[in-house]
Ligand binder design. Structure first.
Ligand SMILES: [Cu+2]
Length: 119
């Protein structure tokens, strides 16, 4: 009888641990499902310095996970947390760093202060 009891305790413990692991997994999946990737046209990107400026501006935003800007295609691929940011937030941040983003025009004051090679 004693043996049966301790066996039961072990089984219950094992079940509890399993449930915990499962809960953790589904939580991670939930976080992941909020992660979105968007492609944004940044036609006024010219050089590596432009790429750096826009990348840094985006990385300052809370919820940005990854930024990849191709200066040849002038396309930014941005992965972000959709529970924290909208696409318009990303476009606005790019505009505020002096660059056009999709239909959002750049902030002219910031553009005027960009390095000469970036205009
Ligand atoms: Cu540049």
């Amino acid at each position: 009888m004693k043996k049966m009891m301790s066996f039961a305790v072990i089984v219950i413990l094992a079940l509890c641990l399993n449930t915990e692991a499962w809960a953790q997994e589904s939580k991670e999946a939930e976080i992941d499902s909020m992660s979105k990737t968007v492609t944004i046209n940044v036609p006024s990107i010219i050089c590596g310095s432009c790429v750096k400026t826009v990348t840094n501006a985006l990385k300052d935003l809370e919820g940005i996970k990854e930024v990849n800007i191709d200066k040849k295609t002038k396309i930014a691929v941005v992965t972000y947390d959709a529970s924290k940011l909208k696409v318009t937030d990303i476009e606005t941040a790019i505009s505020k760093s002096g660059y056009d983003a999709n239909e959002v025009k750049r902030d002219k004051k910031v553009y005027d202060q960009l390095d000469a090679c970036c205009k």
